[in-house]
Write a protein that binds this ligand. Structure first.
Ligand SMILES: [Zn+2]
Length: 75
């Protein structure tokens, strides 16, 4: 399953909103919800879509400098 397919299937577990994929080193490293300002991390290639595991977006950006975001349709 590629990132484009995941973006279509996944929704934020908190607000059920759309997500953007965050890349780091050429791989999808997390899925971001802009409304909640959090990132759901991808661990061992599996998206962890749990509110308890969400990482605040500002913390994520500090941990992943130079990461880029893909939105639905361009992944
Ligand atoms: Zn959300």
């Amino acid at each position: 399953m590629n990132t484009e397919e995941l973006l279509r299937l996944l929704a934020c577990p908190r607000c059920l909103g759309d997500l953007g994929a965050l890349e780091s080193d050429g791989q999808t490293a997390g899925f971001a919800c802009d409304a909640c300002a959090v990132v759901y991390p991808v661990r061992e290639r599996i998206p962890v879509m749990l509110v308890e595991e969400a990482i605040p977006r500002d913390q994520w950006d500090r941990q992943h400098p130079g990461g880029r975001e893909l939105t639905r349709g361009e992944a």
